[in-house]
Design a protein around this ligand. Structure first.
Ligand SMILES: [Zn+2]
Ligand SMILES: [Zn+2]
Length: 244
């Protein structure tokens, strides 16, 4: 379970623009998307059960999983170009061969060691940077979703952004809905695919999905790791500072 509970919410329609305004137990004064004030009927205002937690539902977790899946599927990892990785590997192999030859060892073994040390740490460093970039993309996706307006998936009536996850009956088409600050889907059936589809469509064309080259700071880390690894190899084999 996530630590954000799913609540049963009530919905009212704005008299000015007919948008749906969601009422949770804590809010008593409601303002619609259009700026119009929404009067809460006494029956609702007095209902203490309103906003009660639904312990069997975890909409927050469902939305998080769906967003992760959508972003992971569409995100292009910013990795160093293959030509650069190949070049680093070749230089590593040459350095390995030279170091082993100077130490009076087997040159082919030096080439293999230099190749491995020129490739693997760079691969790990790039992968690590890509994982960080992916995490950033997920955060950006959530922020972007919160910037797009919500509507009922069945009758397309505008829905005010709820303060948290919940279930509600659409006052326009009476369909049971799962609402979240980032997305709204029908409650019935398996929600995994509908959530992903809805999130994918809402994120379409967002700039952070575009493939992005490595930033200069990322390059510094990748090349730094590469140089440090090969220098450590040379020091371990020849002793500092590389003199006979
Ligand atoms: Zn309104
Ligand atoms: Zn509806």
């Amino acid at each position: 379970m996530s630590d954000v509970p799913t609540r049963e919410l009530a919905a009212l329609r704005c008299k000015e623009c007919s948008a749906v305004v969601l009422v949770d137990g804590s809010t008593r004064e409601l303002v619609c998307l259009c700026g119009g004030e929404v009067r809460v009927p006494k029956r609702v205002a007095d209902d203490l059960e309103l906003g009660r937690v639904l312990p069997k539902l975890d909409v927050e977790r469902e939305v998080r999983e769906a967003t992760d899946a959508v972003v992971e599927a569409s995100f292009e990892m910013p990795l160093p170009p293959r030509l650069v990785l190949g070049g680093l590997a070749v230089i590593g192999a040459v350095i390995g061969g030279v170091v082993w030859s100077r130490a009076g060892g087997s040159v082919p073994l030096g080439v293999v060691v230099g190749l491995a040390l020129g490739v693997l740490p760079v691969g790990f460093a790039s992968q690590w940077l890509a994982t960080i970039a992916l995490g950033r993309a997920v955060t950006n996706a959530s922020a972007a979703l919160r910037g797009v307006s919500l509507e009922c998936p069945k009758c397309a009536v505008a829905i005010a952004r709820p303060t948290g996850p919940g279930v509600v009956k659409c006052p326009s088409c009476h369909e049971e809905l799962v609402v979240h600050p980032e997305v709204v889907v029908l409650r019935g059936g398996d929600r995994r695919e509908p959530l992903r589809t809805e999130i994918r469509e809402r994120l379409e064309g967002q700039a952070f999905f575009a493939p992005r080259p490595l930033a200069p700071g990322d390059w510094a880390i990748v090349l730094g790791v590469w140089a440090m690894t090969l220098a450590t190899m040379a020091i371990a084999k020849l002793g500092a500072p590389f003199v006979d």
